[in-house]
Design a protein around this ligand. Structure first.
Ligand SMILES: Nc1ncnc2c1ncn2[C@@H]1O[C@H](COP(=O)(O)OP(=O)(O)OP(=O)(O)O)[C@@H](O)[C@H]1O
Length: 287
């Protein structure tokens, strides 16, 4: 398999936080969703991938290239969208077209024009008159208009309404259609990731908990509703989290086939990425 991004044993130490020896890879032509709570280390990881901060250990490769040797080549091929717009208040779309044409050697006025029209962005208004949603669409239009091979987005769709988010997610799906383009997308909104992501990487307190194909996760994980006595007979190595209530036990398992094989009396329900994450973070675990 060819990888667009490879993160290998990356470590970054801040005074009260450590990105702890993390490794994962993003296959070329796919959408990778990057999830984790506030402060889990998503932005720190993204800044390391973009070579915007100094790493304390490990390495990052994009298209197999190293920043130390090929920084310019790498940066030309990345489109970046952070959760805040970086355009000056007194610029219009026309000004931005000119500026970007000077910055990127592969800038395409036609592509930019087609996205700004599609997003119905007003051409003569100043940025200060743009809403947050309009600014975000504009930033995405810029990122898509210089023939980037990878789009890296940090919480870019958070704070946007569901209709705009849906429109943007459709564009992401179009972007990767030709299998040459890749998207790495951090988000709190797991339902968005469930809709578009091929792979999910989950980061928790600076560590990668899993980085897997979304379909495999949904296929392997499941929730068992059972009584205490039934719970006690389950093989703990398959349990990733438990919720106890007055009605019984809800148990998130990571190998539903094994559970179904050994406990024919139990029903294992389907689950969602959001539930898996909630169980891992908030459920009790007795392993
Ligand atoms: N420059 C810095 N100096 C010191 N600590 C930092 C710095 N940047 C980030 N941190 C700390 O690193 C931790 C991870 O931050 P990061 O921004 O990577 O999290 P995140 O997962 O992106 O969170 P959020 O979803 O809230 O944006 C936090 O505890 C943060 O306070």
């Amino acid at each position: 398999m060819e990888y667009a991004i490879e993160v290998n044993q990356l470590t970054k130490q801040y005074a009260s936080f450590k990105l702890d020896n993390i490794s994962f890879s993003v296959p070329k032509g796919s959408i990778m969703g990057f999830v984790g709570e506030n402060g889990a280390g998503k932005t720190t990881t993204i800044k390391s991938i973009l070579n915007l901060i100094h790493k304390d250990g490990g390495d990052v490769k994009l298209f197999g290239l190293d920043y130390a040797k090929d920084e310019r080549k790498i940066k030309e091929q990345i489109g970046v969208v952070f959760d805040e717009s970086y355009f000056h208040d007194f610029l219009t779309i026309k000004d931005i077209t000119k500026i970007m044409g000077r910055i990127y050697s592969n800038w395409s006025n036609e592509t930019f024009e087609s996205y700004t029209s599609r997003f119905k962005l007003p051409k003569d208004k100043f940025m200060k008159e743009y809403s947050r949603g309009m600014k975000m669409k504009l930033t995405i239009a810029v990122a898509l208009s210089h023939q980037a091979k990878i789009l890296i987005l940090d919480e870019a769709t958070s704070g946007l309404d569901p209709i705009i988010r849906d429109e943007i997610l459709d564009i992401f799906l179009e972007f990767i259609q030709d299998e040459e383009h890749t998207i790495f997308l951090s988000s709190h909104i797991t339902s968005d990731l469930e809709k578009v992501a091929d792979y999910i990487t989950f980061i928790h307190e600076g560590k990668i908990i899993f980085s897997e194909s979304k379909d495999d996760l949904i296929y392997r994980y499941g929730v068992v509703h059972c009584r205490k006595e039934e719970y006690e007979k389950l093989d703990k190595k398959h349990i990733v989290g438990v919720r106890k209530s007055q009605f019984g036990y809800e148990v998130m398992v990571n190998n539903r086939k094994e559970i179904e094989k050994h406990h024919r009396e139990l029903v294992v329900d389907n689950t969602t990425i959001e539930e898996i994450i909630l169980f891992i973070v908030r459920g009790e675990c007795e392993n």
